[in-house]
Design a protein around this ligand. Structure first.
Ligand code: B12
Ligand code: SF4
Length: 520
Protein backbone atom coordinates (compact mmCIF):
# COMPACT_ATOMS: atom_id res chain seq x y z
CA UNK A 1 0.00 0.00 0.00
CA UNK A 2 1.42 3.40 -0.98
CA UNK A 3 1.14 6.06 1.68
CA UNK A 4 0.98 9.81 1.28
CA UNK A 5 4.35 11.62 1.36
CA UNK A 6 4.50 15.37 1.82
CA UNK A 7 7.02 17.26 -0.30
CA UNK A 8 8.04 20.63 1.15
CA UNK A 9 9.37 23.24 -1.28
CA UNK A 10 8.96 26.65 0.38
CA UNK A 11 7.92 28.20 -2.91
CA UNK A 12 5.00 30.65 -2.74
CA UNK A 13 2.00 29.62 -4.84
CA UNK A 14 1.21 33.25 -5.63
CA UNK A 15 3.42 36.32 -5.70
CA UNK A 16 4.03 36.07 -1.98
CA UNK A 17 2.95 33.68 0.77
CA UNK A 18 0.35 34.76 3.31
CA UNK A 19 1.92 33.26 6.44
CA UNK A 20 5.21 31.69 7.44
CA UNK A 21 5.13 29.86 10.78
CA UNK A 22 8.52 29.18 12.32
CA UNK A 23 9.67 26.78 15.01
CA UNK A 24 13.07 28.05 16.18
CA UNK A 25 16.10 25.89 16.86
CA UNK A 26 17.04 24.85 20.34
CA UNK A 27 20.76 25.20 19.98
CA UNK A 28 22.26 24.52 23.39
CA UNK A 29 21.90 20.79 23.26
CA UNK A 30 24.43 19.48 25.74
CA UNK A 31 24.64 15.90 26.89
CA UNK A 32 20.97 15.03 27.38
CA UNK A 33 19.96 17.08 24.37
CA UNK A 34 21.90 14.78 22.12
CA UNK A 35 19.58 11.98 23.15
CA UNK A 36 16.53 14.09 22.44
CA UNK A 37 14.89 13.84 19.06
CA UNK A 38 11.84 15.69 17.97
CA UNK A 39 8.34 15.19 16.71
CA UNK A 40 6.51 18.13 15.08
CA UNK A 41 5.47 21.30 16.96
CA UNK A 42 1.74 20.69 17.37
CA UNK A 43 0.91 24.27 18.38
CA UNK A 44 2.29 25.55 15.08
CA UNK A 45 0.44 22.90 13.05
CA UNK A 46 -2.81 23.70 14.82
CA UNK A 47 -2.47 27.44 14.08
CA UNK A 48 -1.64 26.55 10.46
CA UNK A 49 -4.83 24.53 10.08
CA UNK A 50 -7.01 27.42 11.34
CA UNK A 51 -5.38 29.75 8.84
CA UNK A 52 -5.72 27.26 6.00
CA UNK A 53 -9.38 26.77 6.82
CA UNK A 54 -9.82 30.46 6.04
CA UNK A 55 -8.05 30.04 2.70
CA UNK A 56 -4.63 31.48 3.55
CA UNK A 57 -1.42 30.07 2.10
CA UNK A 58 0.69 28.85 5.02
CA UNK A 59 4.25 27.48 5.15
CA UNK A 60 5.97 25.93 8.15
CA UNK A 61 9.71 26.06 8.73
CA UNK A 62 10.93 23.91 11.60
CA UNK A 63 14.49 25.18 12.00
CA UNK A 64 15.06 22.67 14.78
CA UNK A 65 14.05 19.48 13.02
CA UNK A 66 15.56 20.46 9.67
CA UNK A 67 18.69 21.94 11.26
CA UNK A 68 18.32 25.19 9.36
CA UNK A 69 20.85 27.89 10.19
CA UNK A 70 20.28 31.67 9.87
CA UNK A 71 21.64 31.91 6.31
CA UNK A 72 19.34 29.23 5.00
CA UNK A 73 16.42 30.69 6.90
CA UNK A 74 17.13 34.06 5.29
CA UNK A 75 16.97 32.55 1.82
CA UNK A 76 13.64 30.85 2.60
CA UNK A 77 12.12 34.15 3.77
CA UNK A 78 13.48 35.88 0.67
CA UNK A 79 11.76 33.31 -1.52
CA UNK A 80 8.40 33.27 0.27
CA UNK A 81 8.15 37.01 1.05
CA UNK A 82 5.42 36.26 3.64
CA UNK A 83 2.90 38.93 4.61
CA UNK A 84 2.95 37.57 8.17
CA UNK A 85 5.53 35.64 10.16
CA UNK A 86 4.54 33.72 13.31
CA UNK A 87 7.22 32.42 15.67
CA UNK A 88 6.74 29.89 18.48
CA UNK A 89 8.87 30.65 21.52
CA UNK A 90 9.90 28.42 24.42
CA UNK A 91 12.51 29.87 26.79
CA UNK A 92 15.29 27.85 25.20
CA UNK A 93 14.41 29.46 21.83
CA UNK A 94 14.68 33.01 23.11
CA UNK A 95 17.77 34.26 21.25
CA UNK A 96 17.16 32.44 17.93
CA UNK A 97 13.50 33.52 17.98
CA UNK A 98 14.54 37.17 18.21
CA UNK A 99 17.05 36.62 15.42
CA UNK A 100 14.34 35.02 13.25
CA UNK A 101 12.18 38.11 13.75
CA UNK A 102 15.06 40.37 12.78
CA UNK A 103 15.96 38.37 9.65
CA UNK A 104 12.29 38.37 8.60
CA UNK A 105 12.05 42.16 8.88
CA UNK A 106 15.37 42.70 7.12
CA UNK A 107 14.28 40.59 4.17
CA UNK A 108 10.64 41.67 4.03
CA UNK A 109 10.33 45.04 5.81
CA UNK A 110 6.52 45.20 5.52
CA UNK A 111 5.96 41.74 7.05
CA UNK A 112 4.13 41.61 10.38
CA UNK A 113 5.87 39.47 13.02
CA UNK A 114 3.81 37.83 15.78
CA UNK A 115 5.26 35.61 18.50
CA UNK A 116 3.47 33.16 20.80
CA UNK A 117 4.13 30.19 23.06
CA UNK A 118 4.82 29.78 26.77
CA UNK A 119 7.89 32.01 26.92
CA UNK A 120 6.43 34.94 24.97
CA UNK A 121 3.19 35.02 26.91
CA UNK A 122 5.07 35.07 30.23
CA UNK A 123 7.36 37.89 28.99
CA UNK A 124 5.39 39.94 26.45
CA UNK A 125 7.10 43.24 27.31
CA UNK A 126 10.53 41.68 26.93
CA UNK A 127 9.63 40.29 23.52
CA UNK A 128 8.26 43.67 22.44
CA UNK A 129 11.54 45.35 23.33
CA UNK A 130 12.70 43.88 20.03
CA UNK A 131 11.51 46.34 17.35
CA UNK A 132 11.28 43.48 14.82
CA UNK A 133 8.46 41.89 16.84
CA UNK A 134 5.07 43.54 16.32
CA UNK A 135 2.74 41.50 18.48
CA UNK A 136 2.64 38.84 21.20
CA UNK A 137 -0.11 36.26 21.44
CA UNK A 138 -1.07 35.24 24.98
CA UNK A 139 -2.62 31.77 25.17
CA UNK A 140 -3.94 29.70 22.27
CA UNK A 141 -2.75 31.11 18.95
CA UNK A 142 -5.35 29.67 16.58
CA UNK A 143 -7.86 32.53 16.70
CA UNK A 144 -5.42 35.34 17.51
CA UNK A 145 -3.22 34.61 14.50
CA UNK A 146 -6.22 34.16 12.20
CA UNK A 147 -7.73 37.47 13.26
CA UNK A 148 -4.39 39.25 12.75
CA UNK A 149 -4.00 37.78 9.25
CA UNK A 150 -7.64 38.57 8.41
CA UNK A 151 -6.83 42.19 9.17
CA UNK A 152 -9.03 42.72 12.22
CA UNK A 153 -8.14 45.98 14.05
CA UNK A 154 -5.61 45.04 16.73
CA UNK A 155 -7.48 46.70 19.58
CA UNK A 156 -10.31 44.22 18.98
CA UNK A 157 -8.16 41.07 19.14
CA UNK A 158 -8.46 39.46 22.57
CA UNK A 159 -5.24 37.86 23.81
CA UNK A 160 -2.93 40.15 21.79
CA UNK A 161 -0.24 42.46 23.21
CA UNK A 162 1.54 45.10 21.13
CA UNK A 163 3.46 48.36 21.35
CA UNK A 164 1.76 51.72 21.58
CA UNK A 165 4.63 54.17 21.42
CA UNK A 166 6.85 53.08 24.26
CA UNK A 167 4.20 51.38 26.31
CA UNK A 168 2.70 47.94 25.86
CA UNK A 169 -1.01 47.47 25.26
CA UNK A 170 -2.37 44.20 26.63
CA UNK A 171 -5.78 43.51 25.14
CA UNK A 172 -8.35 41.60 27.19
CA UNK A 173 -7.49 37.93 27.77
CA UNK A 174 -9.19 35.52 25.39
CA UNK A 175 -11.45 33.04 27.17
CA UNK A 176 -9.89 29.58 27.16
CA UNK A 177 -11.35 27.40 24.38
CA UNK A 178 -12.86 24.42 26.16
CA UNK A 179 -13.93 22.45 23.09
CA UNK A 180 -10.80 21.65 21.10
CA UNK A 181 -12.96 20.30 18.25
CA UNK A 182 -13.58 23.95 17.36
CA UNK A 183 -10.01 23.96 16.05
CA UNK A 184 -9.53 21.91 12.89
CA UNK A 185 -7.14 18.96 13.02
CA UNK A 186 -3.46 20.00 12.79
CA UNK A 187 -2.02 20.56 9.28
CA UNK A 188 0.31 17.55 9.20
CA UNK A 189 0.53 17.95 5.42
CA UNK A 190 2.79 21.01 5.87
CA UNK A 191 5.70 19.00 7.25
CA UNK A 192 7.94 16.28 5.91
CA UNK A 193 7.46 13.24 8.16
CA UNK A 194 11.03 12.14 7.41
CA UNK A 195 12.35 15.12 9.42
CA UNK A 196 10.97 13.70 12.65
CA UNK A 197 11.90 10.88 14.92
CA UNK A 198 10.63 9.98 18.41
CA UNK A 199 12.90 10.07 21.48
CA UNK A 200 15.24 7.16 22.15
CA UNK A 201 13.43 4.04 23.44
CA UNK A 202 9.99 5.58 23.21
CA UNK A 203 8.56 3.55 20.35
CA UNK A 204 7.74 0.03 19.32
CA UNK A 205 7.24 0.61 15.60
CA UNK A 206 8.03 3.33 13.06
CA UNK A 207 7.10 5.77 11.58
CA UNK A 208 5.89 7.68 14.62
CA UNK A 209 3.84 10.85 14.96
CA UNK A 210 2.55 12.96 17.87
CA UNK A 211 -1.03 13.83 18.74
CA UNK A 212 -2.93 15.71 21.46
CA UNK A 213 -6.24 14.66 22.99
CA UNK A 214 -6.27 17.23 25.83
CA UNK A 215 -4.55 20.44 26.84
CA UNK A 216 -3.99 21.65 30.41
CA UNK A 217 -3.32 20.00 33.75
CA UNK A 218 -5.00 20.18 37.17
CA UNK A 219 -1.61 19.59 38.90
CA UNK A 220 -0.01 22.29 41.04
CA UNK A 221 3.70 21.68 40.54
CA UNK A 222 5.60 24.90 41.13
CA UNK A 223 8.25 24.24 38.44
CA UNK A 224 5.81 23.52 35.61
CA UNK A 225 4.15 25.89 33.16
CA UNK A 226 1.13 23.63 32.86
CA UNK A 227 0.27 23.84 36.58
CA UNK A 228 -3.31 24.97 37.23
CA UNK A 229 -4.11 25.38 33.54
CA UNK A 230 -7.66 24.50 32.55
CA UNK A 231 -8.08 20.94 31.30
CA UNK A 232 -9.91 20.76 27.96
CA UNK A 233 -10.15 18.20 25.23
CA UNK A 234 -11.04 17.07 21.76
CA UNK A 235 -13.89 14.62 21.30
CA UNK A 236 -13.05 10.95 20.93
CA UNK A 237 -14.72 11.04 17.48
CA UNK A 238 -12.28 13.67 16.21
CA UNK A 239 -9.34 11.95 17.83
CA UNK A 240 -10.25 8.67 16.10
CA UNK A 241 -10.57 10.48 12.78
CA UNK A 242 -7.09 11.93 13.23
CA UNK A 243 -5.52 8.63 14.27
CA UNK A 244 -7.05 6.83 11.30
CA UNK A 245 -5.76 9.50 8.91
CA UNK A 246 -2.26 9.13 10.33
CA UNK A 247 -2.47 5.34 10.22
CA UNK A 248 -4.14 4.71 6.88
CA UNK A 249 -3.07 7.75 4.82
CA UNK A 250 0.45 8.33 6.14
CA UNK A 251 1.30 4.81 7.26
CA UNK A 252 2.09 5.88 10.83
CA UNK A 253 2.45 2.95 13.24
CA UNK A 254 3.35 4.64 16.48
CA UNK A 255 1.70 7.52 18.33
CA UNK A 256 3.27 9.73 20.97
CA UNK A 257 0.55 11.53 22.95
CA UNK A 258 1.83 14.96 23.98
CA UNK A 259 -0.96 15.59 26.53
CA UNK A 260 0.42 16.86 29.84
CA UNK A 261 -1.50 14.17 31.74
CA UNK A 262 -3.22 11.78 29.37
CA UNK A 263 -5.26 10.03 32.05
CA UNK A 264 -6.57 13.21 33.72
CA UNK A 265 -10.03 12.77 32.15
CA UNK A 266 -10.94 9.16 33.06
CA UNK A 267 -14.23 9.12 31.17
CA UNK A 268 -12.55 10.15 27.90
CA UNK A 269 -9.71 7.71 28.30
CA UNK A 270 -12.18 4.90 28.82
CA UNK A 271 -14.17 5.84 25.73
CA UNK A 272 -11.02 6.27 23.64
CA UNK A 273 -9.59 2.88 24.64
CA UNK A 274 -12.91 1.16 23.94
CA UNK A 275 -13.03 2.66 20.44
CA UNK A 276 -9.41 1.70 19.71
CA UNK A 277 -10.21 -1.90 20.54
CA UNK A 278 -13.61 -2.04 18.80
CA UNK A 279 -12.39 -0.33 15.64
CA UNK A 280 -9.16 -2.34 15.61
CA UNK A 281 -6.84 0.57 14.94
CA UNK A 282 -3.46 -1.11 15.01
CA UNK A 283 -1.30 1.62 16.47
CA UNK A 284 1.09 1.31 19.36
CA UNK A 285 1.32 4.39 21.53
CA UNK A 286 2.80 6.02 24.59
CA UNK A 287 1.64 8.86 26.84
CA UNK A 288 2.48 10.95 29.91
CA UNK A 289 0.60 10.05 33.09
CA UNK A 290 0.71 11.39 36.64
CA UNK A 291 1.64 8.78 39.23
CA UNK A 292 -1.62 9.25 41.15
CA UNK A 293 -3.87 9.23 38.06
CA UNK A 294 -3.49 5.58 37.18
CA UNK A 295 -5.43 2.63 38.58
CA UNK A 296 -5.90 -1.01 37.70
CA UNK A 297 -8.77 -0.40 35.32
CA UNK A 298 -6.88 2.39 33.51
CA UNK A 299 -3.80 0.21 33.19
CA UNK A 300 -5.74 -2.66 31.65
CA UNK A 301 -7.66 -0.42 29.23
CA UNK A 302 -4.53 1.38 28.07
CA UNK A 303 -2.71 -1.85 27.45
CA UNK A 304 -5.57 -3.42 25.48
CA UNK A 305 -5.80 -0.29 23.33
CA UNK A 306 -2.13 -0.43 22.29
CA UNK A 307 -0.29 1.60 24.94
CA UNK A 308 3.12 0.05 25.61
CA UNK A 309 4.87 2.74 27.65
CA UNK A 310 3.92 5.48 30.10
CA UNK A 311 6.14 8.36 31.11
CA UNK A 312 5.76 9.44 34.73
CA UNK A 313 7.27 12.55 36.28
CA UNK A 314 8.32 11.06 39.61
CA UNK A 315 10.70 13.98 40.24
CA UNK A 316 12.39 13.01 43.52
CA UNK A 317 12.88 10.25 46.05
CA UNK A 318 12.66 12.73 48.91
CA UNK A 319 9.21 13.33 50.38
CA UNK A 320 10.25 16.72 51.71
CA UNK A 321 11.41 17.91 48.31
CA UNK A 322 8.25 16.57 46.67
CA UNK A 323 6.13 18.59 49.06
CA UNK A 324 8.20 21.69 48.40
CA UNK A 325 7.51 21.51 44.63
CA UNK A 326 3.77 20.99 45.02
CA UNK A 327 3.67 17.31 44.06
CA UNK A 328 3.24 15.47 47.34
CA UNK A 329 2.67 12.00 45.86
CA UNK A 330 3.64 9.20 48.25
CA UNK A 331 6.26 6.54 47.43
CA UNK A 332 3.64 3.83 47.84
CA UNK A 333 1.50 5.38 45.10
CA UNK A 334 4.39 5.27 42.63
CA UNK A 335 5.21 1.71 43.66
CA UNK A 336 1.63 0.66 43.01
CA UNK A 337 1.46 2.50 39.67
CA UNK A 338 4.66 0.91 38.35
CA UNK A 339 3.53 -2.54 39.47
CA UNK A 340 0.11 -2.09 37.81
CA UNK A 341 1.73 -0.99 34.56
CA UNK A 342 4.16 -3.91 34.56
CA UNK A 343 1.32 -6.34 35.26
CA UNK A 344 -0.26 -5.41 31.92
CA UNK A 345 3.05 -5.20 30.00
CA UNK A 346 3.31 -1.44 29.94
CA UNK A 347 6.85 -0.13 30.34
CA UNK A 348 7.50 2.75 32.72
CA UNK A 349 9.86 5.60 31.94
CA UNK A 350 10.48 7.48 35.17
CA UNK A 351 11.55 11.10 34.96
CA UNK A 352 13.43 12.66 37.88
CA UNK A 353 14.85 16.05 38.79
CA UNK A 354 17.88 16.90 40.87
CA UNK A 355 19.05 20.36 41.91
CA UNK A 356 16.02 21.23 44.05
CA UNK A 357 16.38 24.28 46.27
CA UNK A 358 17.01 22.18 49.39
CA UNK A 359 18.73 19.29 47.65
CA UNK A 360 21.51 17.54 49.60
CA UNK A 361 23.84 14.67 48.75
CA UNK A 362 21.52 12.43 50.75
CA UNK A 363 18.36 13.45 48.88
CA UNK A 364 20.08 12.85 45.52
CA UNK A 365 21.06 9.37 46.70
CA UNK A 366 17.47 8.80 47.87
CA UNK A 367 16.25 9.75 44.38
CA UNK A 368 18.59 7.36 42.60
CA UNK A 369 17.83 4.57 45.04
CA UNK A 370 14.10 5.13 44.63
CA UNK A 371 14.44 4.89 40.83
CA UNK A 372 16.37 1.64 41.21
CA UNK A 373 13.92 0.17 43.73
CA UNK A 374 10.96 0.99 41.52
CA UNK A 375 12.30 -1.35 38.87
CA UNK A 376 11.78 1.24 36.13
CA UNK A 377 12.38 0.30 32.53
CA UNK A 378 13.84 3.67 31.61
CA UNK A 379 15.32 6.44 33.70
CA UNK A 380 15.46 10.14 32.86
CA UNK A 381 17.17 12.80 34.93
CA UNK A 382 17.04 16.58 34.53
CA UNK A 383 18.40 19.52 36.46
CA UNK A 384 15.78 21.73 38.08
CA UNK A 385 15.18 24.81 35.94
CA UNK A 386 12.74 27.55 36.97
CA UNK A 387 11.05 28.56 33.72
CA UNK A 388 9.41 31.93 33.15
CA UNK A 389 5.69 31.59 33.79
CA UNK A 390 6.13 29.19 36.72
CA UNK A 391 5.62 29.85 40.43
CA UNK A 392 9.21 28.81 40.98
CA UNK A 393 10.60 31.42 38.59
CA UNK A 394 8.53 34.11 40.29
CA UNK A 395 9.73 33.06 43.74
CA UNK A 396 13.42 32.68 42.84
CA UNK A 397 13.48 35.98 41.00
CA UNK A 398 11.95 37.74 44.01
CA UNK A 399 14.55 36.09 46.28
CA UNK A 400 17.42 37.06 43.96
CA UNK A 401 18.39 33.41 43.46
CA UNK A 402 18.61 33.38 39.67
CA UNK A 403 22.22 33.27 38.50
CA UNK A 404 21.30 34.72 35.11
CA UNK A 405 18.40 35.10 32.72
CA UNK A 406 20.16 33.87 29.58
CA UNK A 407 17.25 31.72 28.56
CA UNK A 408 19.10 29.84 25.84
CA UNK A 409 20.91 28.22 28.74
CA UNK A 410 17.64 27.15 30.40
CA UNK A 411 17.90 23.65 28.95
CA UNK A 412 17.84 21.60 32.17
CA UNK A 413 21.47 20.65 31.82
CA UNK A 414 23.03 23.34 33.99
CA UNK A 415 22.13 25.01 37.25
CA UNK A 416 20.63 28.48 36.81
CA UNK A 417 19.87 29.38 40.44
CA UNK A 418 21.60 29.30 43.80
CA UNK A 419 20.80 26.25 45.97
CA UNK A 420 20.75 26.29 49.76
CA UNK A 421 23.22 23.46 50.34
CA UNK A 422 24.97 22.27 47.17
CA UNK A 423 27.10 23.75 44.39
CA UNK A 424 26.47 23.41 40.65
CA UNK A 425 29.51 21.16 40.39
CA UNK A 426 28.12 18.73 42.95
CA UNK A 427 24.84 18.48 41.05
CA UNK A 428 26.52 17.95 37.68
CA UNK A 429 28.87 15.34 39.06
CA UNK A 430 25.99 13.40 40.54
CA UNK A 431 24.04 13.64 37.28
CA UNK A 432 26.88 12.03 35.30
CA UNK A 433 27.30 9.13 37.66
CA UNK A 434 23.57 8.56 38.19
CA UNK A 435 23.01 7.37 34.62
CA UNK A 436 25.86 4.92 34.87
CA UNK A 437 24.74 3.69 38.27
CA UNK A 438 21.20 3.20 37.04
CA UNK A 439 21.90 1.52 33.72
CA UNK A 440 25.02 -0.49 34.50
CA UNK A 441 23.57 -2.84 37.06
CA UNK A 442 23.15 -6.47 35.95
CA UNK A 443 19.34 -6.30 36.24
CA UNK A 444 19.14 -3.10 34.21
CA UNK A 445 21.50 -4.40 31.50
CA UNK A 446 19.41 -7.57 31.08
CA UNK A 447 16.25 -5.41 30.92
CA UNK A 448 17.73 -3.27 28.14
CA UNK A 449 18.76 -6.32 26.12
CA UNK A 450 15.28 -7.78 26.52
CA UNK A 451 13.87 -4.57 25.07
CA UNK A 452 15.72 -5.05 21.78
CA UNK A 453 13.11 -5.62 19.13
CA UNK A 454 14.65 -4.45 15.88
CA UNK A 455 17.55 -2.54 14.35
CA UNK A 456 16.20 0.80 15.56
CA UNK A 457 16.17 -0.22 19.21
CA UNK A 458 19.66 -1.69 18.80
CA UNK A 459 20.88 1.61 17.35
CA UNK A 460 19.21 3.50 20.23
CA UNK A 461 20.92 1.34 22.79
CA UNK A 462 24.31 1.80 21.13
CA UNK A 463 23.88 5.59 20.88
CA UNK A 464 22.87 5.85 24.51
CA UNK A 465 25.88 3.80 25.52
CA UNK A 466 28.23 6.08 23.55
CA UNK A 467 26.77 9.19 25.11
CA UNK A 468 26.78 7.92 28.67
CA UNK A 469 30.35 6.67 28.46
CA UNK A 470 32.10 8.95 26.07
CA UNK A 471 29.80 11.95 25.66
CA UNK A 472 31.24 12.20 22.20
CA UNK A 473 28.37 11.38 19.94
CA UNK A 474 27.22 14.27 17.86
CA UNK A 475 24.63 14.23 15.13
CA UNK A 476 26.00 15.01 11.70
CA UNK A 477 25.10 18.56 10.96
CA UNK A 478 26.60 21.75 9.75
CA UNK A 479 27.59 22.79 13.26
CA UNK A 480 29.12 26.14 12.32
CA UNK A 481 26.00 27.30 10.48
CA UNK A 482 23.74 25.96 13.26
CA UNK A 483 25.61 27.67 16.07
CA UNK A 484 25.36 31.01 14.28
CA UNK A 485 21.89 31.24 15.83
CA UNK A 486 23.50 32.12 19.13
CA UNK A 487 25.85 34.73 17.69
CA UNK A 488 23.03 37.25 17.48
CA UNK A 489 23.71 40.29 19.64
CA UNK A 490 20.22 40.68 21.06
CA UNK A 491 21.16 43.33 23.64
CA UNK A 492 22.21 45.64 20.81
CA UNK A 493 18.72 45.76 19.30
CA UNK A 494 16.48 45.82 22.38
CA UNK A 495 14.62 49.01 23.17
CA UNK A 496 15.04 49.20 26.94
CA UNK A 497 12.70 52.19 27.22
CA UNK A 498 9.88 49.67 27.11
CA UNK A 499 9.42 48.90 30.78
CA UNK A 500 9.27 45.37 32.12
CA UNK A 501 6.66 44.51 34.82
CA UNK A 502 7.82 44.40 38.44
CA UNK A 503 6.44 40.90 39.02
CA UNK A 504 6.84 38.06 36.51
CA UNK A 505 3.64 36.71 34.98
CA UNK A 506 2.33 33.20 35.50
CA UNK A 507 1.27 30.85 32.73
CA UNK A 508 -2.00 29.91 34.36
CA UNK A 509 -3.02 33.56 34.36
CA UNK A 510 -3.56 33.19 30.61
CA UNK A 511 -4.36 29.50 30.40
CA UNK A 512 -6.97 29.27 33.12
CA UNK A 513 -10.64 30.16 32.88
CA UNK A 514 -10.90 33.28 35.01
CA UNK A 515 -13.78 35.68 35.52
CA UNK A 516 -11.66 38.76 35.97
CA UNK A 517 -9.00 39.61 33.38
CA UNK A 518 -5.62 39.40 35.11
CA UNK A 519 -3.63 41.13 32.39
CA UNK A 520 -4.80 44.71 32.94
C1 B12 B 1 5.68 17.39 24.32
C2 B12 B 1 6.64 18.36 24.95
C3 B12 B 1 7.96 18.26 24.62
C4 B12 B 1 8.47 17.36 23.51
C5 B12 B 1 8.33 18.11 22.19
C6 B12 B 1 8.44 19.60 22.25
C7 B12 B 1 7.92 20.29 21.01
N1 B12 B 1 8.73 21.06 20.41
O1 B12 B 1 6.79 20.16 20.62
C8 B12 B 1 9.93 17.14 23.89
C9 B12 B 1 10.01 15.93 24.79
C10 B12 B 1 10.91 16.96 22.74
C11 B12 B 1 10.17 18.41 24.70
C12 B12 B 1 11.39 18.95 24.85
C13 B12 B 1 11.60 20.09 25.63
N2 B12 B 1 10.71 20.69 26.41
CO1 B12 B 1 8.83 20.32 26.38
N3 B12 B 1 6.98 20.10 26.48
C14 B12 B 1 6.17 19.34 25.83
C15 B12 B 1 4.72 19.61 26.27
C16 B12 B 1 4.32 18.57 27.31
C17 B12 B 1 3.68 19.67 25.16
C18 B12 B 1 4.02 20.60 23.97
C19 B12 B 1 2.80 20.77 23.13
O2 B12 B 1 2.64 20.11 22.13
N4 B12 B 1 1.84 21.61 23.58
C20 B12 B 1 0.55 21.77 22.97
C21 B12 B 1 0.50 22.94 21.98
C22 B12 B 1 -0.86 22.98 21.30
O3 B12 B 1 0.66 24.09 22.75
P1 B12 B 1 1.79 25.17 22.47
O4 B12 B 1 2.96 24.57 21.82
O5 B12 B 1 2.00 25.92 23.71
O6 B12 B 1 1.12 26.14 21.37
C23 B12 B 1 -0.01 26.95 21.59
C24 B12 B 1 0.27 28.31 22.24
O7 B12 B 1 1.42 28.34 23.02
C25 B12 B 1 0.31 29.29 21.11
N5 B12 B 1 1.53 29.43 20.34
C26 B12 B 1 2.64 28.69 20.29
N6 B12 B 1 3.47 29.14 19.32
C27 B12 B 1 2.86 30.19 18.74
C28 B12 B 1 3.26 31.02 17.70
C29 B12 B 1 2.40 32.05 17.29
C30 B12 B 1 2.79 32.91 16.15
C31 B12 B 1 1.18 32.26 17.95
C32 B12 B 1 0.27 33.35 17.50
C33 B12 B 1 0.79 31.44 19.00
C34 B12 B 1 1.63 30.40 19.38
O8 B12 B 1 -0.64 28.73 20.23
C35 B12 B 1 -0.50 27.31 20.21
C36 B12 B 1 -1.79 26.68 19.83
O9 B12 B 1 -2.81 27.04 20.71
C37 B12 B 1 4.89 21.03 26.89
C38 B12 B 1 3.87 21.41 27.91
C39 B12 B 1 2.69 22.04 27.22
N7 B12 B 1 1.54 21.69 27.66
O10 B12 B 1 2.79 22.78 26.26
C40 B12 B 1 6.32 20.96 27.42
C41 B12 B 1 7.12 22.26 27.50
C42 B12 B 1 6.83 23.09 26.29
N8 B12 B 1 8.49 21.80 27.43
C43 B12 B 1 9.30 22.49 28.15
C44 B12 B 1 10.70 22.32 28.17
C45 B12 B 1 11.45 23.07 29.23
C46 B12 B 1 11.34 21.51 27.27
C47 B12 B 1 12.85 21.33 27.12
C48 B12 B 1 13.69 22.58 27.23
C49 B12 B 1 13.23 20.30 28.18
C50 B12 B 1 14.59 19.64 28.04
N9 B12 B 1 15.65 20.25 28.40
O11 B12 B 1 14.64 18.54 27.62
C51 B12 B 1 12.93 20.73 25.71
C52 B12 B 1 13.00 21.85 24.65
C53 B12 B 1 12.64 21.37 23.27
C54 B12 B 1 12.41 22.44 22.26
N10 B12 B 1 13.08 23.51 22.24
O12 B12 B 1 11.54 22.33 21.45
C55 B12 B 1 8.57 23.54 28.94
C56 B12 B 1 8.85 24.92 28.35
C57 B12 B 1 9.04 25.97 29.40
C58 B12 B 1 9.46 27.24 28.83
N11 B12 B 1 9.13 28.33 29.49
O13 B12 B 1 10.12 27.32 27.84
C59 B12 B 1 7.08 23.05 28.84
C60 B12 B 1 6.04 24.15 28.86
C61 B12 B 1 6.86 22.09 30.04
C62 B12 B 1 7.06 22.77 31.37
N12 B12 B 1 8.15 22.61 32.02
O14 B12 B 1 6.25 23.42 31.89
N13 B12 B 1 8.99 18.92 25.17
S1 SF4 C 1 4.49 18.45 36.30
FE1 SF4 C 1 2.92 17.15 35.38
S2 SF4 C 1 1.37 16.97 36.98
FE2 SF4 C 1 2.64 18.70 37.55
S3 SF4 C 1 1.54 20.47 36.71
FE3 SF4 C 1 3.07 19.82 35.19
S4 SF4 C 1 2.00 18.47 33.80
FE4 SF4 C 1 0.75 18.66 35.64
Amino acid sequence: MAFRKNVITWEPRKERADVLLVYPPWVVLGFRGRLQRMLPPLGVLSIASCLEEKGFEVHVVDCHAREIGPDRFRSIVRRLRPRFVGISVLSSHYVPANFIAQISKEEVPDTIVIVGGVHSEAHPEEMLQNPSIDGVCRGDGERVMTEVVEGMPWEKIDGLSYRLGETVQHNRPRPVEMDLDRYPLPSYHLIDFDDYFPPVSSYKALPAMNVLMTRGCPGKCTFCNSANTTLRSRSVDKLMELLKTLRYEYGVKQIYFYDDTFTANRRMVKEFCRRMVEERVDLSWICYVRGDMFNEETARMLSEAGCHQVLIGIESGSRTLMEAIGKPIQHEVYQRTVALAHKVNIEVRGSFIIGHLDETKETMEETLQFAIDLDLDLFQLAIMTPYPGTQMFKQFKAEGRLLHEEFSRYGQNELVFRLNHLSAEQILRFERTAFRKFYFRPGAVIKQFKRLRNLHTLRDLFTTFLIIFFERFRKKRNVAEWEKWLEFDLEAVLNKRIRLPETPRLTFEVRQNVEEPVFH
